[in-house]
Design a binder for this molecule. Structure first.
Ligand code: AMP
Length: 418
């Protein structure tokens, strides 16, 4: 199927051509006609399926149909998404697909000064893409009114709930006009999400595309068994391959991400880290550098990497195996987007073998093992956690260890990082 057969108007078709999209992805093929008809939509899809264009294209088309209204510059479509990175990416998509229409789109997110956002709102916009907190803040300050919203999109609803935005979403819903078209997207559909969707949607059409675990089929997956202390040597060895233009590396902790980026930079491999402790500007800068390939390696934690969408990202490297199998699937889903090529390399030490087993069970396949490398696993012994002691030891009081009735001193551990 071609985009032309979806009855898309010329200015948008032209932009799609410029993006070099030739055929619609399955979610686009199904959703675009339904949204153009004015239906509400319940979409079960994750990023990487072409979901953004599936709603952005018909929204742009529906809004540009009413030329008189375009001149008034009222906010007629609101897209709410959980993270700033996603908001920026969705905003970029609206700008790209809508570049030959008269519509204006702006992006609203927290963590930065609001002035640029408010002045763009004051100039008049038709489409707002926002994260919940800053959106409500600007509504309270009367920079935004939702009175004229015709099409509302709640994106990544499951993450929205995971991140604790449910109250913000409910507040927002009260401010939206009752008569509107609503589109609701979520990668998973647990009962809480289904319940939330039923409060938002009216007789929705349902579209489900490629469940999480089957998108991984197109990605080449490899596992390297390696000792923990040799992981950095193995990484440097792998990155000697110049055909790896860029790679997204996942680290378990913020500290680990920083350390890895520093280590690579010392070896003259251009790397930056992206995680929750970095300022919004630093994160965005790192992401832009990576997209433009001025930085070769981006080291990210899972939370910071949510929704990172880099066209043509061919390599994902799991420096550590995630302890939750679904996280592996989300991580490697950053590559092989919309049918493109992708390779996921994972480093596994002895203690991570159990996690690997869980992953293979989830994706129902064995991951190819690369044996031919310089740092094979030597230490196969998994350190056992200390055995719990069931027998209560009799206290033995001696002058040196008797502390009377004093409570043991509280130990303050290091704060956990993600
Ligand atoms: P999304 O699921 O919206 O995050 O999109 C994933 C990636 O697929 C983005 O980088 C889009 O630019 C790209 N994309 C979306 N639709 C198409 C298409 N029809 N053909 C090729 N690439 C696409």
């Amino acid at each position: 199927m071609q985009f032309q057969s979806l009855n898309i108007i010329d200015p948008i078709l032209k932009a799609i051509e410029e993006e070099e999209y030739t055929t619609p992805t399955p979610i686009q093929e199904e959703s675009i006609p339904l949204i153009l008809k004015g239906n509400d939509l319940l979409g079960c899809a994750q990023t990487g399926t072409g979901k953004t264009a599936a709603f952005a294209i018909p929204i742009l088309q529906l809004l540009s149909a009413n030329k008189a209204y375009v001149k008034k510059r009222k906010i007629r479509s609101l897209i709410v998404t959980p993270t700033r990175e996603l908001a920026i990416q969705i905003g970029d998509s609206f700008k790209a697909y809508g570049r030959h229409t008269d519509l204006r789109c702006t992006v609203i997110f927290g963590g930065v000064n609001q002035n640029k956002q408010t002045s763009s709102l004051q100039g008049g916009v038709d489409i707002v893409v926002a994260t919940p907190g800053r959106l409500l803040d600007l509504i309270n300050q009367r920079f935004i009114s939702l009175r004229d919203v015709e099409i509302f999109v709640l994106d990544e609803a499951d993450r929205m709930l995971d991140m604790g935005f449910i109250h913000d979403v409910k507040k927002m819903l009260e401010l939206l006009p009752k008569r509107r078209q609503s589109l609701f997207f979520s990668a998973t559909m647990p009962p809480a999400i289904v319940k939330l969707s039923s409060t938002i949607l009216y007789k929705p059409s349902e579209v489900t595309v490629t469940p999480v675990s089957s998108t991984v089929d197109i990605i080449k997956q490899q596992i390297y068994f390696v000792d923990k202390e040799n992981k950095k040597n193995l990484l440097i060895e792998i990155l000697k391959d110049e055909s790896i233009k860029t790679a997204l590396i996942f680290a378990r902790t913020k500290y680990g991400a920083d350390k890895l980026a520093k280590m690579l930079s010392k070896k003259k491999i251009k790397a930056e880290a992206i995680h929750g402790d970095k300022s919004q500007n630093a994160r965005q800068r790192a992401l832009t550098n990576f997209k433009e390939q001025t930085t070769r390696i981006l080291v990210a934690t899972d939370i910071a990497a949510r929704g990172i969408d880099v066209d043509d990202l061919e390599y994902v490297i799991n420096y550590e195996i995630p302890n939750i199998a679904e996280t592996y699937v989300h991580r490697i889903g950053r590559t092989g987007r919309a049918g493109a090529k992708g390779t996921a390399i994972s480093f596994c030490d002895a203690s991570e073998k159990a996690y690997l087993k869980d992953i293979e069970k989830l994706i129902s396949k064995r991951i190819d093992v690369v044996n031919d490398h310089e740092f094979p696993l030597m230490n196969h012994v998994v350190e056992e956690p200390p055995k719990p002691q069931f027998k209560k030891k009799k206290p033995s009081y001696s002058r040196s260890n008797y502390s009377g009735n004093k409570k043991p001193r509280r130990q303050f551990g290091k704060p956990k990082s993600s």
